[in-house]
Design a protein around this ligand. Structure first.
Ligand SMILES: [Zn+2]
Length: 314
């Protein structure tokens, strides 16, 4: 499904077909291009929405944005409790201003950018209305045709991220927990997990202990060797943590300043060229790395009139 203007480029939405009911995994943004691609895809597969239940891997709008468009009174939409609550909370008028003030306490220059920040795709392309989700938890089973999926909770990318594991077929539907040639955005949001990167790394270890031959991720190509990919991802985050320490050096810096100082694998040539929403993502990512380093006693967080600054522990 195309994600126009977004560096992720496209979302992989999957349909697991069963004789009576099918299961649709993730929906795309609440945006015309996604809506057309989703409905064309479902039509070409002969799927009727009344006989198709929906599984949402996590709260991000590229995965749940079209929930209101695909939910009928004859299907159910599965989601984790934590992310379901956040999807609905995201529709309240306080949600985005509160998120903005959270990121501002980490140095994001709110006053300078102001209302332009409401370009965040999570805000623009979220579902139209609240939804009464069917809550699934670790170990719950979803049966679709010959498939018997187990719910695997994998917090980190979001607090309530979930995957689907098919033990007989050794298949994992991984959402954004494990992606092919890109690393999942591990960010810290208002009232999020205290150490999302630590949680994410533990969730990687959890998947690493499972027998998996095929991963169907939320973006980019399918993955054959998941254990190799997990090792690469762990190596990537280790390098990023070291880079954050190098950028900090002997200075006292905000997370926003750290974000501006580290390297990003995006097509912009300088930090100043980053669109505001990408600066926001980058700052969230810097926060998650700094907070993880704080858990490891490698950095110290200083609080000054409600704002946070970081320095290395010598
Ligand atoms: Zn995501």
């Amino acid at each position: 499904m195309p994600l126009p203007g977004n560096p992720l480029k496209a979302l992989n939405s999957y349909l697991i077909e069963g004789p009576e009911r099918s299961l649709l995994i993730d929906t795309g943004f609440n945006q015309e291009e996604c809506r057309t691609a989703l409905f064309d895809g479902l039509k070409s597969l002969g799927a009727s929405l009344d006989q198709t239940d929906i599984f949402i891997t996590h709260l991000h709008a590229d995965h749940c944005g079209l929930v209101s468009a695909v939910a009928t009174d004859k299907n159910v939409v599965y989601c984790s409790e934590v992310d379901a609550r956040r999807i609905n909370w995201g529709l309240s008028p306080e949600y985005w201003p509160e998120n903005l003030s959270f990121v501002a306490s980490y140095g994001f220059p709110l006053r300078e950018f102001g209302a332009a920040l409401l370009k965040h795709p999570g805000q623009k392309y979220s579902p139209d209305t609240e939804h009464d989700f069917s809550i699934v938890r670790e170990g719950d089973i979803l049966e679709v045709g010959d498939y018997r999926f187990t719910i695997v909770e994998t917090p980190g990318h979001t607090p309530g991220h979930i995957c689907l594991y098919e033990p007989d077929k050794k298949m994992l539907i991984s959402g954004d927990h494990i992606l092919g040639n890109i690393s999942p955005n591990i960010t810290m949001f208002y009232k999020g997990l205290p150490d999302p990167l630590g949680q994410y790394l533990r969730s990687l270890d959890k998947i690493d202990r499972m027998e998996i031959g095929l991963v169907l991720p939320g973006h980019r190509q399918v993955i054959g060797d998941v254990h190799k990919r997990i090792a690469e991802l762990k190596h990537h985050y280790e390098n990023r943590l070291n880079e954050v320490l190098t950028v900090l050096g002997d200075e006292i810096m905000s997370a926003y300043q750290v974000a501006a100082g580290i390297t990003w694998d995006l097509s912009y040539t300088s930090w100043e060229q980053f669109p505001l929403e990408q600066m926001w993502f980058a700052t969230g990512e810097a926060i998650s790395h700094l907070e993880h380093l704080r858990q490891q006693d490698k950095v110290r967080r200083l609080e000054c009139t409600g704002n946070y600054l970081f320095e290395r522990v010598k």
